[in-house]
Design a binder for this molecule. Structure first.
Ligand code: SF4
Ligand code: SF4
Length: 170
C-alpha cells in the first residue's frame, strides 16, 4: 500500500481495522532499541533482522515473507501484529509520518516541539484514520515526540552497536 500523505495538524481519531494492508511491502527500519526489545521478547534475530547496505551504511530492516512480502510478524489471516506490545518504533508511528522538511503537500505547516521544526502527515489510504467508532485520539504532539525519538535512536544504530548488542544478548 502506498502512503498518501495529508497534513496532520490537529488531533485525529484512529482505530486499526486490521485491513491487512500496511504490513506488506513496507521497508521497516529497525533501531538497536527495537532489535533488543523484540529479541528479549523471545524472537531470534536471524528470523527478523535483514541487513541492507544503503549509501555506504549498514541498515537493519524488518524481514519479510517471500510469498507476499508481508512482515514476518504479521498474521495473514487476522491482519494482526503478533508482536504488538514490542513492535518497532516506526510501526508505532504509522499511519503517521514525521519529516524535517515539507514534502510539498497542500496545506502543510510545521509543528514546533522544543527547538525542532517538524512537518507531520497521515496516510489517507489507511481506513482506520477517522474510522467510524474510532475512540483513540492521536495528537500531532505525540507523533512528533515519537518521530524525534526514532531520529535519535536511528542515529545511534550502526554495525558496531549491533555487534555490541549481539554480545550483550548472547
Ligand atoms: S492500513 Fe490502517 S487500518 Fe489497515 S492495518 Fe494498517 S493501520 Fe490498520
Ligand atoms: S512488526 Fe507488526 S506492525 Fe510492524 S510491520 Fe510487522 S506486523 Fe506490522
Amino acid at each position: 500500500m502506498r502512503f498518501k500523505p495529508r497534513p496532520f495538524k490537529k488531533p485525529i481519531r484512529f482505530k486499526c481495522l486490521f485491513c491487512l494492508d500496511c504490513c506488506r511491502g513496507r521497508h521497516v527500519y529497525l533501531t538497536l532499541a527495537d532489535i533488543g526489545r523484540i529479541s528479549k521478547a523471545g524472537h531470534d534475530l536471524q528470523d527478523f533482522v535483514t541487513l541492507s547496505v544503503e549509501g555506504g551504511k549498514v541498515r537493519f530492516v524488518l524481514s519479510v515473507r517471500e510469498w507476499d512480502l508481508g512482515c514476518i510478524f504479521h498474521n495473514p489471516e487476522t491482519g494482526r501484529c503478533t508482536i504488538h506490545p514490542v513492535r518497532p518504533l516506526i510501526c508505532r508511528i504509522y499511519p503517521f509520518m514525521v519529516s524535517r522538511k515539507p514534502i510539498g503537500v497542500e496545506g502543510e505547516e510545521p509543528v514546533e516541539l522544543g527547538d525542532a521544526k517538524l512537518w507531520l502527515y497521515y496516510d489517507a489510504n489507511c481506513p482506520g484514520v477517522n474510522a467510524e467508532g474510532a475512540g483513540l485520539v492521536i495528537t500531532p504532539e505525540e507523533v512528533a515526540e515519537l518521530g524525534l525519538r526514532f531520529e535519535k535512536e536511528f542515529k545511534k544504530t550502526d554495525l558496531d552497536g549491533f555487534i555490541e548488542l549481539l554480545k550483550a544478548l548472547d
